[in-house]
Design a protein around this ligand. Structure first.
Ligand SMILES: [Zn+2]
Length: 433
């Protein structure tokens, strides 16, 4: 029996060239980033920025003040930021990705590496093929793409992208002046495109259908629910008459209860569309408004929609055991490791080991990078591969499973699981053994 580190190395080798389905990513089109694209611009568009938030009383991890602390493009300013974040998993994996993609001369960001990165970032972000090159290098076959800056966007920057329709802007559409937490509103964003006026709940339902139809034509396979950032995950029963009565209330005068009730109705409406079109419902759980984002709050919906598949995101962190319990109890639940390896490598390893033991059947756990830039996506994939090799090496070493089964399990998380869940299998996974 080889030692644990040998098994780990063997598994890592197996995963080097594996094709990948990235089931959740934001990858912003290159031309939406500032120019020239600097080191500080990169950091502002990564989770490093999240680590630098100030206590402004916001409950959901999203700063009330959107201006970033990362502003100055100098080595001195960058060094100060690095000193603050250098132990976080977010930073470690971003840096690994950068070292690899930009051939940085050292494993840590020092002045020489910073200079090289500054020159190369600016240069590569003028190259229209740069993002595609990184996706190819990562062997990403499909990206389930979430353009959060304008929910409903269906024109994709890359053929391998499939839009996921974000439902939050529809929840805010009880009035055209209302906004979701990202500033979106389905009526404001899309009624002109279709040349329609939205004066009633019926009009709104019609608009949702139209936006969905365009998304479906563009290869959409899922709805995305980020609601935990602004309301509870628990969805109550509601009636169309109630929602119809709430429609048109101005955002200044609507009560929290009525806003919630309207949202409940729209969520049910969207879940019925998911059932009708066989769409996967992607749900952000865990880190958001912590008082209301425990994944167990989904139980009622999972029972109400047994024929809809729910992909539960982020391991529900910190509720990683709870999502395991959901997947064990409800066959319509899938678990998504998305973001967790970058958030805490160690938490992801422990969670995965537990999930392999708890979740019945293969191909029910998948992965995504949840990044705005290809650089962070690339580092995030390295994190996922590391996490898989560590978790599975433990299980092989403990004689819980064979090495062959470990390889199959890793391939499932990075490719087959995502391909099967989202129905996007394009090529057979080459047998790397
Ligand atoms: Zn995301």
């Amino acid at each position: 029996m080889p030692a644990r580190h040998q098994i780990f190395e063997q598994l890592r080798q197996e995963l080097v060239a594996i094709p990948v389905v990235d089931t959740h990513d934001h990858i912003r089109p290159r031309d939406t980033f500032e120019r020239p694209f600097t080191v500080s611009a990169l950091l502002r568009n990564t989770y490093v920025n999240r680590c630098l938030r100030v206590a402004d009383g916001s409950a959901n991890g999203i700063p009330l003040r959107r201006d970033s602390i990362v502003v100055e493009d100098s080595w001195k300013a960058t060094k100060e930021i690095v000193e603050r974040v250098k132990l976080t998993s977010f930073y470690r994996w971003l840096l690994r990705g950068l070292v690899d993609l930009y051939d940085l001369p050292s494993a840590e960001l020092d002045e020489i590496a910073w200079k090289r990165l500054s020159v190369e970032l600016a240069r590569r972000y003028t190259d229209p093929d740069w993002q595609r090159t990184v996706l190819d290098r990562a062997r990403i076959q499909t990206v389930i793409w979430d353009p959060f800056w304008k929910a409903g966007t269906w024109s994709v920057p890359e053929v391998r992208f499939r839009p996921s329709l974000r439902i939050s802007s529809s929840l805010a559409a009880f009035h055209p002046d209302a906004s979701d937490y990202e500033g979106c509103n389905l009526i404001r964003d899309w009624s002109q495109t279709f040349n329609v006026t939205v004066d009633s709940l019926t009009d709104l339902e019609d608009l949702i259908e139209r936006v969905l139809a365009e998304n479906l034509r563009a290869g959409c396979r899922s709805l995305k629910s980020p609601i935990a950032y602004e309301r509870t995950l628990a969805v109550g029963p509601t009636s169309r008459a109630t929602a119809s009565g709430i429609f048109g209330t101005s955002p200044a005068s609507i009560s929290a209860d009525r806003r919630l009730a309207f949202g409940d109705y729209v969520i049910h409406f969207c879940l019925e569309r998911a059932r009708e079109h066989g769409l996967i419902v992607q749900v952000h759980t865990g880190l958001a408004r912590l008082s209301d984002s425990n994944p167990l709050l989904l139980a009622r919906l999972l029972e109400e929609y047994p024929d809809v598949t729910f992909d539960v995101f982020h391991g529900g962190y910190p509720w990683v055991h709870e999502v395991g319990a959901l997947a064990q109890n409800y066959p319509n639940v899938r678990l998504n490791l998305v973001w967790l390896p970058q958030l805490s490598t160690e938490a992801a390893i422990q969670a995965l080991k537990e999930w392999f033991q708890v979740v019945p059947q293969l191909d029910r756990i998948c992965w995504g990078a949840d990044s705005w830039t290809v650089e962070e996506m690339y580092g995030g994939l390295q994190a996922a591969k590391f996490v898989l090799a560590r978790a599975l090496a433990d299980l092989v070493d403990e004689e819980y499973m064979s090495l062959d089964d470990a390889v199959t399990a890793a391939q499932s998380v990075l490719y087959r699981g995502g391909a099967k869940i989202y129905g996007v299998e394009r090529e057979r996974v080459p047998d790397t053994r």
